[in-house]
Design a protein. Sequence first.
Length: 396
Amino acid sequence: MTDVEDPASEPGRPAAEASGDPAGDQAGAQPLLGRTIAVTAARRASEQRTLLERRGATVLHAPAMRMIPIAEDSIVREATERALSTPADIMVLSTAAGMRWWLQVCEEWGLAEDLVGLMARVPIYSRGPKTTGAIRAAGLREFASAASEASPELLEMLLDRGVAGQTVCVQVQGSGSNWNPMRFLLDGLREAGAEVIEVPVYRWELPEDLDALDDLVRTIARGGVDGVTFTAAPAISAVLERAGAIGVYDDLLEALRGPVATLCVGPVTAAPLAELDVPFTAPDRMRLGSLMRHTTDEIAARTAPIRIAGHDLTVCAASVLLDGELVDLSPAQVALLRELSRRPGACISRSDLLAALPGDGSDPHAVETAVGRLRRALGVPDLVSTVIKRGYRLNI
């Protein structure tokens, strides 16, 4: 299966469109104004931040993992030497970047000529167009390429060929995480009787700065963001692992199943979430630009304004807009509006509002005080109406 911590732009597409900033966007439009989005990517995070901030979003970023280059890993050299000495009967290549890195490090080891010679003799199965481009750039030709860029199609092609008794060298996109996006392919080959040599072109590990990641996980778990983007399945595994380690696992799942939109570059990235019945959305194309456009559309739709007392009120995870303008509110005031906006026009009890406020909830007058301050901050006193002896409601 494909997955895309390296969702590069497609050849032949305009740079602005490939990066997720098509020329058709209205100049100066900020459809994500007031929205807060968490970014977990280890690579190309600055591109996400730039594109989202250009649309008005506040971006919180902490890499959920770090990549260990193959040049630092003896596992890769051992796997390469095994593929050469056995030798492998079939080669499966999964990423363009991984193909280039593999050849580069083999140059350093003095194995590049032997590896290219092997690839020239055996059939090469490519995961998709970008991988095929890297194969041809090395002066080689692919035997077959998966149009879907996914493991099931690759496995089907290999099983149709017949792999029993064959040694298949598979370039694995990553290892070292709880979730290996190529496990389906590897298991399928072994079940069909193939000997599989795994060549991990990189390994994933937790980031060195766990404090930053833990802070981001806590913020997501308490619903402090409107959405979170993922570009690789190991990042999801890392977020779930840290949530368990810091005691907010259940809160995280509740947030991802509720107010926080989970936005993945593709279904393979989202597979760890699907196993937990956590809803997610993904763009049609597994590219970073497509993910950014999809994120913009999804978050804007989920946080659409509601009409209250003749005004457009937009309640986001950490901010509020009134008639399209940001209002300077405290976290407590945002929390009040968020609770009231869950059921516009319905009476929300004082006890429910008190539970939504930050703090220990011991002050019986906290709600009345917070509502008074909220009305003054909004400048529209009748936006929040009092329901005598019962609670408060948004005046629709």
